[in-house]
Design a protein around this ligand. Structure first.
Ligand code: TRP
Length: 346
């Protein structure tokens, strides 16, 4: 990576972080352990940009704009509730930054259709979205990696904390950057994925992924009652029928979540389970208590913002204003490099 005095002026090592979320649903504990905790930590070390990717959300929700709109504020409240600090992190709305859309058009010349079709993330997602797309995927969805490259480069971000599923998108962005720079001059910075401690959290049903569409998630905004219902229905060792049968915590989702929420007790819990000394109901009750306690401050903070929508709006507006300024600086450089600065000296 190249250093340029006027660009490398951000946080630690002068680098800037950018992450994004599609506003298609509230955030759950999978997001919390997988990325949010990491973000809260990293915002102290780097200047952080968090994009609410509403335009990207529309690529597979174009027929449901209401859903995207409603989830914008939910996502912002979730971020604030877990400790994203608007004084350290810039939270902004993708659709309010037209430069991102402009960059997407310019970059679309630098990537082939075949390359997009080969992108493993896009490929998997298209296969999952047969119902929406039928036999032929939309131009917008196929091209969303190009738009994601614009999200990143518009802000000169070089560190992109993501889950593993996003690696092909970052790679595609890097290719676009290299191609752009080789044709138009060294303008854009090549980003790197930051996997950090990102880990994927399994669902209540034992599925490898926790997800809204899978119906196996515990949301940050869930009430105690909901948490109770969900934990009671979590998958346990199917071989354990009576309370004093020895259980196998390795195949029990309750034990799996105890590992996350009951750090001090998990060893004893698992030993008692293996010895047939602890029943599943008692075990689940304890987990309900621990999850509820862990999420209580988050829910409280979320409640604060739920009661004050004008504060949430203000944070998003301020963040968007700041992001907009940054994107304009990048745009001017890009247009100059691409000889699109027609009226500059008239
Ligand atoms: N594609 C990402 C996801 O589905 C969201 C996203 C949009 C993003 N723009 C981004 C992630 C830029 C990192 C950088 O989770």
């Amino acid at each position: 990576m190249r250093k340029e005095e006027n660009i490398w002026r951000y946080g630690k090592n002068n680098e800037r972080i950018l992450t994004g979320d599609r506003p298609t649903g509230k955030l759950h504990i999978g997001h919390y352990f997988g990325s949010l905790m990491n973000r809260v930590k990293l915002q102290n070390e780097y200047e952080t940009y968090i994009e609410v990717a509403d335009v990207q959300a529309l690529t597979d929700n174009f027929n449901n704009p209401e859903k995207v709109k409603n989830n914008v504020k939910e996502i912002v409240m979730d971020q604030l509730a877990v400790g994203i600090d608007p004084n350290k992190s810039t939270i902004f709305l993708q659709s309010m930054i037209p430069e991102i859309a402009e960059l997407t058009v310019f970059y679309s010349n630098l990537v082939t259709i075949a390359r997009l079709q080969r992108n493993p993330t896009v490929k998997t997602e298209i296969a999952q979205k047969r119902e929406l797309f039928g036999e032929s995927v939309t131009y917008g969805f196929l091209g969303y990696p190009v738009s994601q490259a614009a999200d990143i480069t518009a802000f000169n971000a070089t560190i992109i904390p993501v889950g593993e599923d996003q690696l092909p998108l970052i790679e595609q962005c890097r290719e676009i950057v290299r191609k752009f720079n080789s044709i138009y001059g060294e303008i854009l910075l090549e980003p790197q994925a930051y996997l950090g401690e990102n880990k994927r959290i399994k669902g209540l049903d034992g599925n490898e992924k926790m997800g809204k569409s899978l119906g196996n998630a515990i949301y940050l905004s869930d009430t105690e009652e909901t948490i109770k219902e969900k934990v009671m229905s979590a998958v346990t060792d199917p071989g354990r029928i009576k309370k004093d049968d020895p259980g196998n915590p390795d195949i029990c989702m309750v034990a799996y979540y105890h590992n996350l929420f009951s750090k001090d007790e998990v060893k004893t819990i698992c030993e008692e389970c293996k010895g047939g000394k602890r029943g599943c109901v008692a075990c689940k009750k304890q987990l309900i208590k621990n999850i509820t306690e862990h999420l209580a401050p988050i829910r409280e903070k979320r409640h604060y913002y739920e009661e004050r929508p004008e504060v949430v709006k203000e944070i998003l507006m301020e963040g968007t204003k700041k992001a907009s300024k940054e994107a304009k600086v990048t745009m001017a450089k890009v247009k100059e490099a691409m000889k699109l600065d027609y009226f500059k000296e008239v």
